[in-house]
Write a protein that binds this ligand. Sequence first.
Ligand code: PLP
Length: 451
Amino acid sequence: HMPTAELQALDAAHHMHPFTTNDELSAKGARIITRAKGVYLTDSEGNEILDGMAGLWCVNIGYGRPEMAEVASRQMMELPFYNTFFMTSHVPAIALASELAKLAPEGLNHVFFAGSGSEANDTNLRMVRTYWAEKGQPQRSHVISRKNAYHGSSMGSGSLGGMTYMHEQGGLPIPGIHHINQPDWWAEGGDMTPEDFGLARAQELEAKILELGADNVAAFIAEPVQGAGGVIVAPDTYWPEIQRIVDKYGILLIADEVICGFGRTGNWFGSTTVGIRPHIMTIAKGLSSGYQPIGGSIVCDEVAEVINACEFNHGYTYSGHPVAAAVALENLRILQEENVLDHVRNVSGPALRAGLEKLADHPLVGGVNIKGLMASLPLTPHKATRAKFAGQTGTAGFMCRERCFANNLVMRHVGDRMIISPPLVITPEEIDVFMSRAKTALDETYAALKD
Ligand code: PLP
């Protein structure tokens, strides 16, 4: 191996990183991750870092599983690539689509593969518009999403997302996409009860549908639990009201399960956890536990029937890639054979909740948002009023993330919220290590903010 400093210099000189400034990279140098096992990463200096983010919310079964490498190797020898265009198919894509149809909620029996979550959401956008056009309602093209949502980085998925700092670059959103407020009671609920607030935020969907004209709206897209927007668990009143509204106006519901899917919330899909009936689910990340890039859309019978009857002029070279599909199938086998969902419900989920609730006694922590094994801790200078920090939003969060990293813990920040999403297989003992490192980082952040 090259010395770390040399790798960092080459990285800053030639490698363009997502969501990172080159100044940051040149000043500090990226931490070079060289290998990983279970929930621990090892960097080029030999430090062992507890990964509280499962990579980017994806390594659900943990790192370094030899079964996954064996399946990939076998598939590469047998059939490394073939496409699924023009009347051809192959065993891994067929097997994975059939398995997903078994695991998905009733009525969702069809899978359109993609290489990532962004691509899958682009598929969804074109699919819902095509669906309505084929049904003789081409004007029904507007799609409603939520502010601060993240649905990917391509032109379509970045438009579905509601991150203004993304919209400011490259001319997003594309026409026909609208954003309503998110159900973030902690930050925006003011004096309302969470229940009243959840209801009010859901009713913004109805107001937006009426403003656009119900006959012009194709779909509403949302994550069951908003992840990259800050792990925002909606109040209990929110989702039943959303379901009532989409049913009333006959609008397609797209659940983006890229983070929530494959056990993250304790069920196969977050839609089950929050009790909704989507027409389409976006999947990626935990589908292969990140071992191979793969995504897709799981589509209900009604939409698939219309799309299958026309020629849907859409697809990716890597739709259903045989190696990625075989690896994803092995990932689903491991999740089932090792009862990982039970582990989330009965072991790792409750242990994470208990640990975070204890951390919430810390003077900087304003509360705990948690569903299964995704959670956030909003930081605040004043717990009782859920006050925001004076000055630039995200300064305290960034500081805390850096202190975590220095203490060999990956905890991400979204503004001033700390985000937690470890591998689902994390043990209570590893959660104790997480808590102890997080407490040190919070103490150090608190001391630094006081200076
Ligand atoms: N949807 C959600 C909810 C996500 O969190 C992400 C990525 O973080 C995406 C879509 C985009 O997925 P990808 O990065 O695989 O394109």
